[in-house]
Design a protein around this ligand. Sequence first.
Ligand code: NAP
Length: 250
Amino acid sequence: MTKRALITGSSTGIGFEYARYLSNKGWDLDLISQHKSRSMESKKKLSCEKAQFHIFDLGKKDSINSIINNFETPDLIVANAGIAINGAIGDIKQDEKEYYYYLMCGGVIDLIEGFIPKILHKKNGRIVIISSIGAKVSMPKSSLYSSIKAGIYAYGKSISTELKNQNISVTVSLPGYVKTEAHERAGLDHLLKKVPNWMWVTPEQVVMETEKASLKGKLEIIPGKVYKIVKPFLNLKIAVSIWKMITKRN
Ligand SMILES: NC(=O)c1ccc[n+]([C@@H]2O[C@H](COP(=O)([O-])OP(=O)(O)OC[C@H]3O[C@@H](n4cnc5c(N)ncnc54)[C@H](OP(=O)(O)O)[C@@H]3O)[C@@H](O)[C@H]2O)c1
């Protein structure tokens, strides 16, 4: 029987590559993004008859409710939609903070919890959450982003353990710098020049490693060789200083 995946944030970057990867394997896809024109562009690029393209603002509760109530129960949820957030402490307005929190944390929890009873009923399923290495390291001037990604990482880890014996795997992916449109869209394009090449991972690499980890039922994955090497040192003072120097975050 054909498997069905629901991917959020599928128009570009990691979400698009996830859609491409699964479409090549014959999956049925429900692909969600926010902007119609970008969604249409991705539809042309993907050229997959088994994919349905949907437009929702996932920073809004109504969108999540509508997806839960109207979509077929997926065999795989890839909770990926998100944006980079640039802002020093106190710089981000209250309504923006709440919106970002819902988009990348609260809304992801609502989406997963909306589908969980139906997935449990099917007695089989996988959930992939795209968090960030920012959940584990200090990110000055991106503290809100870091806290949101840490929140959804903690949630994913906990439900992964909770659902372990019910044939449902939950994997949290924690990528470092990935070459997508995210930085440019957040006005962080200077990072594309300042962060050295060896620190960048491709979206294809993120998808390949994340999907492999999910199929093995692993709780978390940090894609890319370089990040695997530095993983044990991430919270050492010296590592944080080097990270700040390389990425020019002061
Ligand atoms: N790039 C990195 O270095 C990096 C590192 C670690 C983690 N991540 C995480 O990876 C995920 C994917 O990011 P990316 O790098 O692939 O960025 P991207 O290329 O900019 O793609 C972001 C996707 O999310 C969708 N999206 C954003 N806001 C949305 C909203 N309110 N409602 C519905 N869809 C929305 C976008 O849709 P539209 O095109 O319609 O706006 C787009 O499809 C994010 O959660 C990000 O935090 C990225």
